[in-house]
Design a protein around this ligand. Sequence first.
Ligand code: IMP
Length: 451
Amino acid sequence: MTVTIVGSQLGDEGKGALVDRWGGDADVVVRYQGGDNAGHTVVEGGEEYKLSLVPSGAVRGKVGVLGNGCVVNPRTLFDEIDGLREKGLDPDVRVARRAHVIMPYHRVLDGIEEEVKAEDESGTEVGTTGRGIGPTYEDKVGRRGVRIGDLADRETLRERLEYVVPQKRALVEDVHGLEIDGTDREDAFDVDALLEEFAEFGERLADGGMTVNCSDFLHHRMQAGDRIMFEGAQGTSIDIDHGNYPFVTSSNPTAGGAAVGSGVGPTVVGQGEVVGIVKAYLSRVGSGPMPTELDGDEQEEALADFIREKGGEFGTVTGRPRRIGWLDLPMLRHASRVSGFTGVAVNHVDVLAGLDELKVAHAYELDGEVIETVPATAEEWARCEPIYREFDTWDEVDWTAVAEAGYDALPEATQTYLAYIAEEVDADVYAVGVGPDREDTVEVVNPYKKQ
Ligand code: IMP
């Protein structure tokens, strides 16, 4: 039995709270895409852990797997593992041998490419997290990447680096016209230094028995009766295929990615539950269109500031303030279709309490036509005018008491809002987030106990 958790919007929907809650009923928690561009905070036994790569389940004694679809920065991985060990934990983390390695030159290139785009008039700066995600996936697809399995074999690693590093050097020096030698970029392009550092990571991974043939590993765990959770990072609208390209990340956060990025068949993922995580409004870190953004006038900006502060809408990885907007149904319908949601969890409904008005984009008007799902290009998306529906607002209540009492204790207006979302995305509400803590969740269905 598998449960796949998918971001329905632009990332930061509060997936961690549900991964945390339902992950307790799983034996193995698998990340299937992305890398240390994700960020989640896990609170366990009064301690707070900020993680970007280690699956949160590993903090709770589950097996945490980084699947073949991930890009792994071993520096971040071991920093996080060491940090957890210092706090007395012994996380069991396995890394797919087929996963690609984020090398220091990928991070340097991520920064340079963003700077170049920022200076260009085309306005295509993505606002990446700067973690080297895009350049690493580029090398994977270009068949010049370094994989986790390569770190175990010094000769192979040397061959890979000797092939690729001169190309990266030429890119920086000849294409971008920037210096490497004598600058702080130097070490990232030094084959010998990279070989020493990354072969050592390879030894550490091997000594700890941390690398796995992911498909095989998960197959055997499932045969033994283990329950799997697939933990999606980022969100549907920044999916490389289904998001608003080019303002996207370079992987597939949507549910199909769970199969491809782990080696578990799509029929197995599809027999399980696929839960879309929805934030009750929209937030976005990074650039790109956002038709419902609250930035039209001073009043809207004040409302965005209020929601941003109340909802703590600042990037976990970068600390950047997030852009804020009303809930966008065309985006959610698209997300539900692409991933085949069996249920949704709607978070942050407490943040919307006490507002004077509450709107939702039910559809868009695009060049005189009404459309109910998102268009395929960012340019069209930028031209979309939201067609709003207004909803009754709800007051501030004792949310902790509501979480304890259950769904019927939610304010009536909140229930109307939730029922509307469920109907439009054709999936039941499994949970409602009413506060930042794990306990502040109204659970309607636990997907592991449904079947
Ligand atoms: P990258 O994944 O660092 O290449 O960034 C590409 C785009 O995805 C940028 O707009 C980032 O802000 C966004 N992004 C990447 N990871 C996350 C995330 O975990 N939450 C929200 N946005 C993200």
